[in-house]
Every structure is written in structure tokens, then in C-alpha cells.
Design a protein around this ligand. Structure first.
Ligand code: F6P
Length: 343
């Protein structure tokens, strides 16, 4: 068999571990070859590809962050208009199955290709952990570890200066990174996109800490967090070509409000792409390796239109339709159980 893979959407620690695992499994278990398309769907459309060999070079990418294939975002209209070209390119390269690695948007594209007759097995990735149908996506553990390390460091400088520290973490639509890093880092308040915040609650929790004699407070804010209607003015972002609102710095806006309302010394740290860069954690390497091997096996078994997924301890195959359509949000009751520890 001849497999093809590509990485699409935002990069994520563990992508290279998946690529390595696909190549090694295909080669060692089936004697198959693998092609990598460059820069996501665009490379597939423009037929830019490289042969991936089961050699020392591929072996060493396990630890490497980013993606050796490059990544990108392609507008869905351009992608759909290119169907015949994609089919022709895959046929020319002698590809028997395609393994796209990406988040919800990429998997939506993968499902569409599958519905249009292309043999596809998806691999879910995102640091945000928001893909449905799987317990965890690789990259999330790394992002949480990076954010937790940053919060750990902020505790000591916050304490030394009697300050409120706001830590803005990634999470456009969901607050998994904020929730987990907040819990692991002992944050005194965590704000997630799923639950619009009331600035008054944050200010009260912060003031309570100082009144009780505590010297500082750490507040974790997911970048996509929004205030409850009528509670606080928030800057509006612009809409980009993919329909995403650009961020306006919710962490800093919350900092400004705290400063204005309770005259505390406040500083903001935006972690941004630091959470996405660098080497994956051991957990992410393991999950990515298991995903890659399972996807290569599924392709050889002809299990097309599927997506690999983690359920408890097991890697299963789900229908691609399960992975797309809605995002996996933080359940409200899960967040509320953490709220009692704020302050
Ligand atoms: O989807 C993962 C993610 O890291 C989001 O949390 C974030 O909003 C987005 O990607 C940023 O992507 P970029 O700046 O690369 O467009």
C-alpha cells in the first residue's frame, strides 16, 4: 500500500511523533510506503509532496515540536473547488489512503473528502483539546505543562510584589487548558469561554484574598473568555477570512478592570504560542505514537471514513462524523466544582 499524510491547521507538539509512527508502522508491519504532502491541504491541492522513509531521520523527529511537513489553513471554498485536482493528484502519486492530521476544521475537510470517495483515516490534534469523540488530543498535555510551569513561576514574583497576576492562556472556544493549568497551578480564579464571567465576581474573590491577609492572587484567563452581557465593556475583535474573531487581549482587559475597581497592582502575562512550541511531553509522545500506529493499521484494514480516538486506556476508531460538527466543551458542572476553590 502507499499511504499519504499531511498536517493542517495550527501546529501542535506531537505532530512529528504521529508522522514517525505512521511511517514506521506502515513500513515495518506492512512493507508499505508513505508520502507527506507539504503545508496542509494546500500541498495536496498543489501536489507538493515528499517521500517519507523509515530511516534515522524520521526516527529522530519523535522529540521535535512543530511539523516537518509544514502546515497551513485553506479556505473551505478553495478546498472544495479543488476536489477533482485532489483526486487526480492522489491517483498520480499512487496513493491508496490519506491520513490527515488536524483539528475539527481539518477533520471536517477529511470527512468531506471521504464522502466524496477518497479513502481517509483522520487523526485528531489540537492543544485546545476540543475535538469531539476522543478523551484527549496530543499537544494538550504539553500546553498544560507549559502553562502550569509559567503559573508556578508567577506565584513567587506575585508574592514578592503583593500583586495580582493575570495569565492568559490559549483556548479560542473552550477552556480545557485554562481549567487544567489553573487547577495544576493553584490559580485563585479561572475564566473559561464556556462560562461568561462577571468582573464583579473576579474583583470580589481577589479582594477577599487580600482582606484575609494573602499577599497576591493568580488569575488564569482563556483567550476566548467573554464577559456576561451588561457586566463589562469588552473590545470587539475583527473577523478574519476563516470567520474567526481576532483576539483583543481579554487578560489585559480584566487586569485594567481590577486595577480600576480595587486599586491593586496588576500585571498580565500572555503565554500565546509558547504553549504550542517545543518538544512534546512524554504523555503526548505516547498518545501521538499510538494514534499514528492505529491510523496506519486502520488504513491497511480499509477502515475508511474513520478517525482514531482515545477512550479511557484504549485507542478506538470512531466515525469521522462523531469528531466534527460540535466542539468538546468543558462541562459546566466540571467548572462549577472548581469554582468553590477560587479565592
Ligand atoms: O487551535 C489552537 C490554537 O492554538 C487556539 O487556541 C488559538 O486561538 C489558535 O490556535 C491560534 O492560532 P494561530 O495564531 O496560529 O492562527
Amino acid at each position: 500500500m502507499r499511504l499519504a499524510t499531511l498536517t493542517s491547521g495550527g501546529d501542535c507538539p506531537g505532530l512529528n511523533a504521529v508522522i514517525r509512527s505512521i511511517v514506521r508502522t506502515a513500513s515495518s508491519e506492512y512493507g508499505s510506503t508513505v508520502v507527506g504532502y507539504l503545508d496542509g491541504w494546500t500541498g495536496l491541492l498543489e501536489d507538493r509532496r515528499v517521500d517519507l522513509y523509515d530511516d534515522e531521520e524520521i526516527d529522530r523527529i519523535l522529540l521535535r515540536g512543530g511539523t516537518i511537513l509544514g502546515t497551513g489553513r485553506l479556505h473551505p471554498d478553495k478546498f472544495k473547488a479543488g476536489l477533482e485536482q485532489i483526486k487526480a493528484n492522489l491517483a498520480d502519486a499512487g496513493i491508496d489512503a490519506l491520513i490527515p492530521i488536524g483539528g475539527e476544521g481539518t477533520l471536517k475537510g477529511a470527512k468531506w473528502l471521504s464522502d466524496n470517495g477518497i479513502p481517509v483515516v483522520g487523526v485528531p490534534k489540537t492543544i485546545d483539546n476540543d475535538v469531539n469523540g476522543t478523551d484527549y488530543t496530543f499537544g494538550f498535555d504539553t500546553a498544560v505543562s507549559v502553562a502550569t510551569d509559567a503559573i508556578d513561576r508567577l506565584h513567587t514574583t506575585a508574592e514578592s510584589h503583593d500583586r495580582v497576576m493575570i495569565v492568559e492562556v490559549m483556548g479560542r472556544h473552550v477552556g480545557w487548558i485554562a481549567l487544567h493549568a489553573g487547577m495544576a497551578g493553584g490559580a485563585h480564579y479561572t475564566v473559561i469561554p464556556e462560562v461568561p464571567f462577571d468582573i464583579e465576581d473576579i474583583v470580589k474573590a481577589t479582594q477577599r484574598r487580600f482582606q484575609m491577609g494573602e499577599k497576591y492572587a493568580i488569575i488564569v484567563v482563556a483567550e476566548g473568555a467573554m464577559p456576561k452581557e451588561g457586566t463589562m465593556e469588552a473590545a470587539e475583535g475583527e473577523i478574519d477570512q476563516f470567520g474567526h474573531k481576532t483576539f483583543t487581549g481579554m487578560g489585559q482587559q480584566i487586569a485594567n478592570e481590577i486595577k480600576r475597581r480595587c486599586a491593586q497592582d496588576v500585571r498580565t502575562t500572555v503565554l500565546g504560542h509558547i504553549q504550542r512550541g517545543g518538544t512534546p511531553t512524554a504523555n503526548d509522545r505516547v498518545l501521538a505514537t499510538r494514534y499514528g500506529a492505529a491510523a496506519a493499521r486502520a488504513a491497511h484494514e480499509g477502515q475508511f471514513g474513520s478517525c482514531v480516538a482515545l477512550h479511557g486506556e484504549n485507542i478506538d476508531l470512531i466515525d469521522l462524523s462523531e469528531a466534527v460538527g460540535t466542539l468538546k466543551e468543558v462541562p459546566i458542572d466540571r467548572y462549577e466544582r472548581v469554582v468553590s476553590m477560587f479565592g
